[in-house]
Design a protein around this ligand. Sequence first.
Ligand SMILES: Nc1ncnc2c1ncn2[C@@H]1O[C@H](COP(=O)(O)OP(=O)(O)OP(=O)(O)O)[C@@H](O)[C@H]1O
Length: 241
Amino acid sequence: MSGLSVNRVHLRYPNGGGIETGRLDFGAGQIIALLGPNGAGKSTLIKALVGAVRADVEGLSVAGQTLIDPRQRARNLAYLSQTRTGPALSSVRDIIALGRFPFGAQDPEQRVAAVIETLGLGPFADRPFGTLSGGEQARVLLGRALAVDAPVLLADEPTASLDPHYALRIMDTLRSEARRGRTVIVSVHDLSLAERYCDQALILAGGCIVGQGTVRETLNADILRDVFRVSRSPDGLTPLS
Ligand SMILES: Nc1ncnc2c1ncn2[C@@H]1O[C@H](COP(=O)(O)OP(=O)(O)OP(=O)(O)O)[C@@H](O)[C@H]1O
């Protein structure tokens, strides 16, 4: 089943950073890890796809339907930004409900309640966002993205700032979303999480795609050395000088 496809993504920032890709196909029912060192272009690629930054995005389609106007993007692409900001005075429940906005006011509330339950946000549901810890806020913002219930979820470092319990629980949740036929695209730095949870990997370096395939295939010794500047040792990953 086809998930998200795009013929080309191009964005060049004035300082030289950015992203340049050819055709990309991300299957439905899969979790795809965007991997690469700091500054590789992972956030830029996600932002370009969702329309959070002005970029040349050619032939963007979901489930075979070309996405032309912003409303189509909002309904088809849910987005968790790397920047974890939200309205300080709004309640957790209200922020998550904002995820239903693209579908209109008469949309049922069950999805919001289910997301609150899944992410363990029940105890905070009526608290103002600004009174939550960083990790709790991160879960609320992921909840808003999950509430959209879009065919594609793009999450920029969804486990950043989460404790081990919630990092694994969130990855389990993303796995469940993929099992429901969603396409889940996540940028992650933790390569072991990518190996454990993701079906495919897209490796970026210097704004270009330098590897693509299953996570195990792509995270080979050459990519680890040349892109991530680490090597595998019996103790785990070791930094190279
Ligand atoms: N708004 C911007 N203006 C100018 N340059 C930018 C802007 N945003 C990002 N860049 C540059 O583009 C490149 C890619 O940045 P991007 O945030 O996409 O990387 P990333 O792979 O997500 O990194 P990280 O793992 O550190 O989050 C970097 O060199 C960055 O400095």
